[in-house]
Structure formats: structure tokens, C-alpha cells
Design a binder for this molecule. Structure first.
Ligand SMILES: Nc1ncnc2c1ncn2[C@@H]1O[C@H](COP(=O)(O)OP(=O)(O)OP(=O)(O)O)[C@@H](O)[C@H]1O
Ligand SMILES: [Mg+2]
Length: 261
């Protein structure tokens, strides 16, 4: 899905979002090219969820511009934003527990103006997530955390989105399930050219599949780069990558302490 004009699919410019008097986003800018997986990394409270909620229209920014395919889109209108093709899979999944898996999935088709073709879409989603096919008529409440994450992503896909916004899909899942979910996201991107904006605290898994990433700190973009640049960055390694790197950092500190003494 190459973009001949070089216009990013999603362009975010100088976004400022407040909760009352408190600025959660202090002028962030970034872009997502069609067919890319772009990750927003950052620790607790950095502003990742606020960014996604602003993009999907759930929060109204005080300043800034969001463009989809070069066209500025209004903010604060979630239903309209969904119809434009921005699908948000929220932190904590938010599936409807008492509705069946099938009903949850079919609700995703409501994001589109017309529901024609939704039976074929359902089949495609069930091919992507075979575990959901097995549980199709059960209430969503009976699914495990990982299966609920699959259901939330599947529901978003039912709206035939242009871009998927995923908020911490790894949250609370076992390493095995994280690998499975990220494998599916990677396949959706590779085989279907699905564009993904992936929010994660788990930088090591996010940088396995992302082409580009931005690091948020206290509502600002502190660092940006390709997957390779971010993986090689000392700051990222020190603060966001796995235990092995933390141990390496502690080792370096310990060595320094020895020298000072
Ligand atoms: N509903 C709210 N009311 C007031 N402040 C909020 C609200 N939601 C978030 N904040 C504040 O906004 C800032 C950004 O929060 P946000 O949820 O976007 O962070 P995050 O990067 O998603 O963090 P986490 O990794 O913990 O999910 C934080 O300081 C947070 O306390
Ligand atoms: Mg969050």
C-alpha cells in the first residue's frame, strides 16, 4: 500500500490534551506511513493512552492537528472518526462480557456506514483468530485475557479500518500469549498491509515488529527512530528493554561504583 505522494497516512502535529488544568500531552507530533507498524513507547503516565484517546475522538485536544491521508479530521467525534477508518482497541480490551463472541464481533461492523459484506469479514476474522471460532457462541466473559485481546482486535477489524490503534495489547498476558498476539499483529501488517499504531510499555516485543517508534516522556516526544536506531539507543536499552538489559545497566553502575571507591 505505497503512498505515491509521500503523504503520511496519519499525521499528528503539536497535539495538546488536558485533563482539567493538567496538560497530559504537551505538543506531540508524529506520523504513521501506510503499511507501517509504528510504536509509541513510554513509561506509566507518559501520555500514550491519552494520545490514542485523542486520535479516536474520545478526548478533545486544546491544540493541534490530526490528518488522515493529508486531510485534516475533526477531533472529539468518536463515531465519525471510526467511520473514517481509525479503529481503537482500548487498554483493558473492553469487550461486552454478556454478549457472545459473535455478537461482540458483529458490533465491530457498526463502525462502517454500510454493513454489507460483514459475513465475509466475520469469516476472515475467524481465520485470523481460530481460537475465537471455537468459542463463537459463548459469552465473552468466559474467554481468557489473551482471547479477549484477540476478540477486541477482531472486533476492530470488522470495521475494515484504515489504521488500527492498539493500546498495550501485551498487558497482563503470559509471554506465550504475548508472542501469539504479536505474531498475529505482525501477520496482519505483512499479509494485509494493515497499518498499526501500537502503544506499548513492553519495548522489546514492540520493537520486534515495529518499523518506527517514538518514545513519550511526560507528554512530549523524547526520542524517535527506526526499529534499529531505537534498539541501539542506550536510553531505550537502559529504561525500556528487558531484564537482561537492566542487569547489564546495574552491572555498569556497580563497576562505576567500584572505580569511584
Ligand atoms: N481521567 C484522567 N483524569 C486526570 N488525569 C488523567 C486522566 N487520565 C490520565 N491522566 C493523567 O494524564 C497523564 C497521562 O496518562 P496516560 O493514561 O495517557 O499515560 P500512559 O502513558 O497511557 O500510562 P500507562 O502506561 O500507565 O497506561 C498521567 O499523568 C495521568 O495521571
Ligand atoms: Mg495507558
Amino acid at each position: 500500500m505505497a503512498n505515491p505522494c509521500g503523504v503520511p497516512l496519519l499525521a499528528v502535529s503539536n497535539l495538546e490534551t488536558y485533563y482539567g488544568p493538567i496538560a497530559a500531552l504537551k505538543g506531540i507530533s508524529f506520523e504513521v506511513r501506510a503499511g507501517q507498524v509504528v510504536t509509541l513507547l513510554g513509561s506509566n503516565g507518559a501520555g500514550k493512552t491519552t494520545t490514542l484517546r485523542t486520535l479516536s475522538g474520545l478526548l478533545v485536544p486544546r491544540q493541534g492537528k490530526v490528518s488522515l491521508n493529508g486531510v485534516a479530521i475533526g477531533t472529539g467525534e468518536p463515531a465519525r472518526t471510526a467511520r473514517r477508518g481509525i479503529a481503537h482497541v482500548p487498554e483493558g480490551r473492553e469487550v461486552f462480557p454478556l454478549l457472545s463472541v459473535r455478537e461482540n464481533l458483529m458490533l465491530g461492523a457498526c463502525a462502517r456506514a454500510s454493513r454489507s459484506g460483514s459475513t465475509e469479514d466475520l469469516e476472515r476474522v475467524l481465520d485470523d483468530f481460530p481460537r475465537l471460532r471455537e468459542r463463537l457462541n459463548q459469552p465473552a466473559a468466559y474467554l481468557s485475557g489473551g482471547e479477549q485481546q484477540m476478540l477486541a482486535i477482531g472486533r476492530a477489524l470488522m470495521g475494515r479500518p484504515t489504521i488500527l490503534l492498539l493500546d498495550e495489547p501485551s498487558l497482563g498476558l503470559s509471554p506465550k500469549l504475548v508472542t501469539e498476539i504479536f505474531g498475529i499483529i505482525e501477520r496482519l501488517n505483512r499479509e494485509r498491509a494493515m497499518t498499526v499504531l501500537l502503544v506499548e510499555q513492553n519495548a522489546s516485543v514492540a520493537l520486534e515488529i515495529a518499523h518506527f517508534g517514538y518514545v513519550l516522556e511526560l507528554g512530549r516526544v523524547a526520542l524517535a527512530g527506526t526499529r534499529e536506531q531505537l534498539r541501539e539507543s542506550e536510553d531505550i536499552r537502559d529504561f525500556y528493554l528487558g531484564a537482561k538489559d537492566v542487569m547489564a545497566r546495574e552491572g555498569r553502575r556497580w563497576k562505576r561504583r567500584k572505580i569511584w571507591r
